[in-house]
Design a protein around this ligand. Structure first.
Ligand code: SAH
Length: 242
């Protein structure tokens, strides 16, 4: 028997891109309640469900994707709203060698890590660089809602270097994206329960250019993401809304 997950009073969904978040904001009829520059905060009426977006870059008017804004987002979420579970939701690249296909939805399994941080110094620095942060148990949720399970790895690049690839292979990575490990680091620091749910927009070890594939599959993946995130939130959240 796979143990059931405990229930949470307040769940915060942390997201990088407005386009990924729109289906969820519409589904739960979330309203914008605050702006902690650049983080945009949406919530339901009793604030038991929060959605925090990384917001836009002031100079380039694009979504603040990547680890810097993700770290800030996690700090805002924890310090201002004290959720008891943080879920990083978004899109990602998947490895076909690990069974990933377009629009598959993954839940973080075992750990999340980085693949672009290399600190070859004595002591704890090499392991500090890799991260390997904890995530909540995924077996129950994966089997109940038919999610794939995989190790998620983050960097600040949509592409990868040969060294990044070696690190991802050594870490048995199935899913490559740009935020999860940054958020997981903050969560580890604050003893905050964390998981990530990622829909696949592009195949990392496939033959198509990542950017083209990403744009073609973005809407399909964002809808698939919404369906699974809603199922998981409804399963994990205490029914405290009137
Ligand atoms: N080209 C896109 C931006 C994609 S950036 C645009 O113009 O809108 C990639 C975002 O999606 C990040 O938030 C990241 O977490 C996720 N992502 C999707 N596929 C990825 C991949 N193959 N590698 C890294 N991040 C990916």
């Amino acid at each position: 028997m796979i143990p059931k997950r405990k229930k949470y009073q307040c769940i915060a969904l942390l997201m990088a891109m407005e386009g990924e978040a729109k289906p969820l904001i519409a589904h739960y009829n979330l309203k914008k309640i605050a702006f902690h520059n650049p983080i945009e905060v949406y919530a339901n009426t009793d604030k038991s469900l929060l959605l925090l977006l990384n917001g836009k870059d002031k100079r380039h008017q694009v979504d603040n994707i990547g680890t810097q804004a993700a770290t800030l987002n996690a700090f805002v979420a924890i310090s201002q709203y004290q959720p008891d579970l943080i879920i990083n939701c978004g899109t990602a690249g998947g490895f076909s060698s690990k069974g990933a296909a377009i629009a598959d939805v993954y839940i973080a399994h075992k750990k999340v890590c980085f693949h672009d941080r290399r600190i070859d110094l004595p002591g704890g620095f090499p392991d500090y660089a890799l991260g390997n942060y904890p995530v909540i148990a995924s077996d129950y949720l994966a089997s109940k809602f038919k999610l794939k399970q995989g190790i998620i790895s983050s960097s600040d690049a949509l592409d990868y270097t040969p060294k990044d690839m070696l690190i991802m292979q050594a870490n048995d990575v199935s899913v490559k994206e740009m935020e999860a490990a940054a958020i997981a680091w903050v969560c580890q620091q604050y003893n905050q329960d964390f998981t990530a749910i990622k829909a696949i927009t592009d195949i990392v070890d496939g033959k198509h250019a990542t950017a083209t594939e990403f744009l073609e599959n973005f809407q399909l993946a964002s809808e698939a993401l919404k369906t699974k995130v809603v199922a998981i939130v409804d399963e994990l959240k205490m029914k405290n809304e009137v």
